[in-house]
Design a binder for this molecule. Structure first.
Ligand code: ADP
Ligand code: MG
Length: 679
């Protein structure tokens, strides 16, 4: 068996299995060996039933001493109950809807069972354990890998295939420079490949995983640094002369820039006047005033004779930008345009004609602006708002509408700097870390279900004073098992309980136009209360809204709660955020405490990372980063840090990766299309 062999060479792999493996991205034996276990099951030793810890998977053995058949009468299902016994205690096994199991477990015979034990009213129970006859072929003692699967493939099958392929691991040659291997005490690739699948003990898992994580992060970092350097080498970008003044824009603003805005604007200005294309991420908490910085950059770019474009993730947000751009830039003589897919084709055509003729200086809109047929006369600046909603591809497609235009991306997702450097390794980063003066912090409260009556009375009082309110529900369909209050249910409840409130509903299953219509009614003050699922998370700006009620707040991530809270506190009135917690739990309490104690998005993001890990917060896909198989950007932050230095050293000595061919190949494989610089 060779690494480069097709999987169909493996015994037991025919066309059908090869196709299944293909859906997992596996073509060759090498690919198969790189399909890594998600976790392991420790079946090295039998645990006495009495001594088994609760809620951790364990292997026990026992003799079947009694059975009670499950029945299912109309609607009610009674599980099959099997009592087994070892020398320490009894254990009750429960099987739902599995009549066939009755025949497989014979009274008086002994089996091994693998599963989690829970203690219920003093009784030890295991639900749906995996079981084998004690001592038969499949009754295995050792550490078992658990693989990601696809329908039609079982763990048993996958383990068998991995065993067949294992021999080829010996062929995997060292591809990292000797010095790095020694300095970081890496095991060899063949050792790693073998032991990641079939380890004898924890130490082997650790060593193998370390090597794999190191490799993966090194390839990631090298790719990101390579892209960044490639951009920096280009010296043929658009130059916006430093001396062009934006004083008239600043004088017309009803406020002075905050320190943070000023600093970031200077950084942006520096990029604009440099011949190397700007590629900058502006991070700033919700309400920190990113739009003004974008406007400044657009104004200056237009003054230099170019056009500028700003893309927003939703139509509502695009329209909001359109309104502010008209307000702020038209008086200075700029032509502002809007392009959304919902516009009539005649309107669109007119915008497109004016755009390509250079009559529109500044365009804003939704994804519609990256469609073919949208042509600029001289595009000099490309801005993406709420960047976390777009992938790297969309960002690139927009930039390709011009010839090396300056690129600015803005996001309110407060990513800790350490992580941002990695996530956006190809970008420079600016942070607006101050809030406009005079903002009163949003007062945040944590309440439980029983306070709901009072909370909605409070909403009614606020509305009586002319204010508006958001209510956020986590799910749209009623779901008994999760006990969530759905948006629709809530909406009906509020309408019934508070008929005086003009209440509207938006949720993810509505058509975009329907959503926009409701949100516009709210923005225009024709609705008092807006009940929604998280769709309102992005950028809606209604300064008159002062109350944010979040139901089942334990279902949201902290960063998300923070984003939601940022929807209020945008006007002159004191605002409130009320977190309603569905049930009391230590973790929920802890999380909410963080929300109540700080309104600093970066602090919240750090805490969120600690509590949840990055995978859930930023899907790597969403950020255009390649998928990672084994590494976790937060949990492996220390490895990442050392890898970053290694990547920088390698690229410094070998900028085109001409010497490090294996690394180069891996970078190409990981980044695919995204490596645009002819690596
Ligand atoms: P975000 O960063 O969330 O996009 P915006 O740019 O929408 O924030 O700004 C939020 C609000 O703050 C807007 O109404 C804007 O006019 C106002 N604003 C921006 N900068 C300042 C400032 N320096 N002083 C006072 N208000 C400001
Ligand atoms: Mg914004």
């Amino acid at each position: 068996m060779k690494l480069q062999d097709k999987v169909s060479q493996i015994k037991g792999v025919g066309g059908k299995r090869a196709a299944l493996l293909h859906t997992l991205g596996v073509e060759t034996v090498d690919d198969l060996l790189h399909l890594l276990p998600r976790r392991y099951e420790d079946r090295r030793a039998l645990c006495p039933i009495m001594a088994a810890p609760e809620d951790t998977p364990v292997l026990v053995s026992g003799k079947v001493i009694a059975k009670r058949q499950g029945i299912s009468t109309r609607g009610r299902k009674v599980p099959l109950r099997v009592v087994v016994q070892d020398s320490s205690a009894n254990l009750e096994l429960l099987f739902f809807n599995s009549r066939y199991i009755d025949g497989l477990l014979v009274t008086g015979q002994s089996y091994t069972f693998y599963g989690k034990i829970s203690i219920n009213a003093g009784r030890r129970q295991m639900v749906h354990p995996e079981f084998h006859h004690l001592g038969d072929r499949d009754d295995f003692r050792g550490i078992l890998p658990v693989y990601p699967l696809t329908e039609g493939l079982t763990q048993q099958m996958m383990r068998k295939l991995q065993r067949e392929a294992a021999g080829a691991a010996d062929e995997a040659a060292e591809w990292l420079p000797d010095s790095i291997v020694r300095q970081h005490k890496l095991c060899s690739p063949s050792y790693a490949l073998r032991n990641i699948h079939f380890p004898q003990d924890e130490r082997q898992i650790r060593e193998a995983r370390y090597r794999m994580i190191f490799e993966e992060l090194l390839v990631l970092q090298t790719g990101l640094l390579y892209i960044k350097r490639g951009r920096n080498r280009l010296e043929r970008g658009i130059v916006v002369p430093e001396k062009l003044s934006v004083q008239d824009f600043l004088s017309a603003l009803p406020f002075a820039l905050t320190d943070g805005q000023q600093r970031v604007w200077h950084e942006v200005e520096g990029d604009l006047s440099s011949p190397r294309p700007m590629n900058r991420l502006v991070q700033g908490d919700v309400g920190s005033g990113k739009t003004v910085v974008a406007e400044l950059a657009m104004y200056k770019t237009v003054k230099a004779g170019y056009q500028a474009v700003m893309m927003a993730p939703t139509e509502l947000l695009a329209k909001q930008h359109y309104a502010s751009l008209k307000r702020d830039l038209e008086p200075l003589g700029l032509e502002v345009g809007l392009l959304c897919s919902s516009m009539k084709s005649k309107e669109k055509e007119e915008v497109l004609a004016r755009l390509s003729a250079g009559q529109i200086d500044v365009l804003t809109g939704t994804h519609a602006i990256i469609q073919p047929g949208v042509e600029f006369k001289a595009l000099g600046l490309v801005i993406t708002d709420e960047q976390h909603r777009f992938g790297v591809n969309q960002r690139t497609m927009l930039a390709e509408k011009g010839d090396e235009p300056n690129v600015l991306v803005m996001t309110a997702t407060p990513i800790p700097r350490t992580l941002a450097v990695i996530l956006y390794g190809d970008l420079d980063i600016s942070v607006i870390d101050t809030m406009p003066k005079g903002r009163r912090p949003v007062r945040t409260f944590l309440r439980y279900d029983d306070a709901r009556g009072k909370i909605y009375d409070f909403v009614e009082t606020q509305v009586g004073q002319g204010r508006q309110c958001y209510v956020v529900a986590p799910l749209i369909e009623e779901s008994e098992s999760l006990d969530l209050r759905s948006a629709e249910e809530l909406y009906e409840e509020i309408k019934a309980g508070h008929p005086r409130l003009r209440t509207g509903l938006v949720h993810g299953n509505m058509k975009q136009e329907e959503k926009d219509a409701v949100m516009e009614a709210f923005a225009a003050g024709r609705l008092d209360v807006l009940v929604s699922t998280v769709v309102i998370e992005v950028g809606i700006d209604v300064p008159n809204a002062t109350v944010m009620v979040i139901e089942n707040c334990e279902r949201f991530g902290l960063a998300q709660l923070h984003q939601l809270r940022g929807r209020v506190g945008r006007g002159e009135h004191q605002s409130y955020c009320i977190l309603i917690c569905g049930h009391e739990s230590k973790l929920a309490e802890q999380r909410n405490q963080i929300m109540v104690s700080t309104d600093n998005g970066f602090v919240i993001a750090e805490e969120d990372l600690k509590l949840r890990g990055p995978g859930e917060i930023f899907g790597t896909r969403q950020h255009g980063l390649p998928e990672l198989d084994i590494s976790d950007l937060v949990r492996h932050a220390d490895i990442l840090a050392s890898v970053r230095t290694v990547a920088a050293e390698i690229l410094a000595a070998d900028p085109l990766l001409a010497e490090n061919k294996a690394l180069r190949q891996r970078v190409k494989k990981m980044f695919g299309e995204n490596i645009s610089l002819k690596l």
